[in-house]
Design a protein around this ligand. Structure first.
Ligand code: PEP
Length: 250
């Protein structure tokens, strides 16, 4: 059975008091069913507190980014090796904000995927098309190219440590959600590409999350789709009650 996951990307939000309140608000939450998971991705400066407060709960703590070099003169960066040594379990790679604002292309993202997996971190691999690509109708080719150039060099064994998050850029932080049919169709295409590259077995065991304006009131419909295994949530993860409501929709 595929893992069902709800993951919260805090981005560059929250002051120390707000983040403490948010961690307290979700600490007691845990899934009863074994294949359901909650993950949080706070800013680096809050990872220590996240691990102290949530590390012993079933909630896993991840980082929003990591650099592919292990150490050295890379001012402002944090390496995957440092994250692992810090006991962080997962890392987001390829988020559209990293791609668009910080110029990370498929080649850089591939290096980050490799570095994270080499350190034993779980990779939440983000992919998704911009609005103009969706309007042209070439979104499937666009997303499959992202997978081919940054992910499909991995072995089937390595894919066990990868979760895919399909996040259409036009739906991120815009309040515009992909319809459940649009999400399910792309997830199905991604799964078919994984089956083609690896095997039906790998495709059926890879969790594919949807991200883009997931809220308590649309999560039930999105998560009910056959190929949607949960969500990567931005804005709505900043309130404990909303994040828990979304998690309850899994
Ligand atoms: C995200 O940044 O991964 C995201 C999905 O954001 P939002 O939920 O705010 O659209």
């Amino acid at each position: 059975m595929r893992r069902k996951i709800v993951a919260g990307n805090y981005k560059m939000n929250l002051n120390p008091a707000e983040v403490a309140e948010l961690f307290d608000g979700i600490t007691d939450y845990h899934f009863i069913e074994e294949n359901k998971e909650m993950k949080v991705f706070p800013p680096f400066i809050y990872l220590s507190e996240a691990l102290a407060k949530l590390g012993k709960s079933p909630i896993t703590v991840g980082a929003q980014n990591g650099y592919f070099e292990a150490k050295g003169a890379f001012t402002g960066e944090i390496s995957m090796a440092q994250l692992k040594a810090f006991e962080v379990e997962s890392v987001l790679v390829g988020h559209s904000e990293r791609r668009e604002i910080f110029g990370e292309d498929n080649a850089i993202i591939k290096k980050k995927v490799d570095a994270a997996l080499a350190e034993g971190l779980e990779v939440i691999f983000c992919c998704g098309e911009p609005l103009e690509v969706r309007e042209e109708g070439t979104q499937k080719d666009f997303v499959i190219k992202q997978l081919e150039e940054s992910l499909f060099h991995l072995s089937a064994e390595q894919m066990k440590n990868v979760v895919i998050a399909y996040e259409p850029i036009w739906a991120i932080g815009t309040g515009k959600t992909a319809s459940s049919a649009q999400a399910d169709e792309m997830h199905k295409d991604i799964r078919a590409a994984i089956a083609g590259k690896y095997s039906e077995d790998v495709a059926q065991s890879t969790s594919i999350l949807y991200g883009g304006s997931v809220k308590p009131d649309n999560a039930v419909e999105l998560f009910a789709c056959e190929n949607v295994d949960g969500g990567l949530v931005g804005g709505a993860c900043l309130k404990a009650a909303d994040f828990i409501a979304i998690a309850n929709a899994l």
